[in-house]
Design a protein around this ligand. Sequence first.
Ligand code: ZN
Length: 490
Amino acid sequence: MSIPEITIYNTLSRKKEIFEPLNTPNVGMYVCGPTVYGDPHLGHARAAIVFDVLFRLLTYLGYKVRYVRNITDVGHLENDADEGEDKIAKKARLEQLEPMEIVQKYTDSYHHSMDLLNIRHPSIEPRASGHIIEQIKMIQDIMDNGFAYEVNGSVYFDVVKYNSSNNYGKLSGRVLDELMENTRDLAGQEEKNNGVDFALWKKAQPEHIMKWPSPWSTGFPGWHLECSTMSSKYLGDYFDIHGGGMDLLFPHHECEIAQSQAANGKDPVKYWIHNNMITIDGQKMSKSLGNFITLDELFAGNHKLLSQAFNPNTIRFFILQAHYRGTLDFSDTALLGAEKGLSKLLNGIEQAKKIVATDSTTSDISKLKAECMKAISDDFNTPVLISHLFEAVRITNSVYAGEETISQGDLKTLNSIFEDFATEILGLIDDQNKQGNNLIDPLMNLIIDIRQESRANKDFATSDKIRDVLSELNITTKDEDGGTTWTYDG
Ligand code: ZN
């Protein structure tokens, strides 16, 4: 089996590399999922869409991908210095619910938004709280190897000792001496040998709800540990791809490497991939700036920065118009532009299905298809791919207008460009609706035929009923010389 070559920018080596899985055609891919304590927002959408396109591309190319994306339901504290309240416990307190009710509520909310964005489900979606035993075992291994210590029932990773025989900072490029300088005077670090050390296990205060017994205390695991444990459980100690947002690079992913290396002597990941962040009108998204927009608000148009509701597909298209490693600035104007662009593309895709082929072709369609493949294979360059798709739309419109011609074979290739790249890989046409959409045309033709027959037979009760119901559904029919056409006006 021959699979086309693709290149990936590896954060670890800081360069593009040819993608060679450890065990072709199998690929193991782990992506850090959400901490479920609030409704998902644009940042969640970008990470999920970027890795969905990677998942789709690898599957399209013939790889068998096991895609693991976790749900963080315990252990993510309010700050990175291992202090503060657990984010989920805090939300539970504010909403007067059980922590697991919060987890269920926001996991459902996340899934709902991801489905609307046409994100394929991961192969496995493990939860941190379902892997406490594995996390305790990993802490034990790290302690046995001398890279962690216990103080008052809590266990900390000894970064300084680890760094004497390994490179802490190899992924993020941070330098330990500088980190030590910066963490020296932080509050709440008294138990640690050093401010840079991080918690593997925290002893729970009496009021803490989510806690489990362990050899050290009744407590809860550190946030970084869950991903090391669940990735190795489902993908092995050394696997192909680990992804996540750039904000997770440090300390989360740096600590994951340290934990795996300390527990089993192995660097856990071959390719580290990070998507960049979203800014809003040039600013970081934050609740205090009032520019924090949830996906529900975007879909409903229910936020002061929005002029209207936006279709999830428009959000998806907007995100894919930028390369995943670049920042993406969100604004209402930019989304309105994306809406127009997507509609032009989708109209082109529909129009290409109606084109009539002739004997010869005026544009080089095979070359265009090869360029589409080249763009997506080059570190998932979705903006360049989209520009090629617009070239395919231009050709479609020209042929439709009689300015260009296309042969039968090339017409097939043209349609396959849209099918393979717009639908399969970029996911711009809803997978679930795809099947339904195929049914709509023949069913509408049947209804229009029945209406015409009833009119010809002077059965006006039936023809009027069909007209009225279609009108209630916002479907307009138009009788023309070549037959009846219909449009749906939302
Ligand atoms: Zn993670």
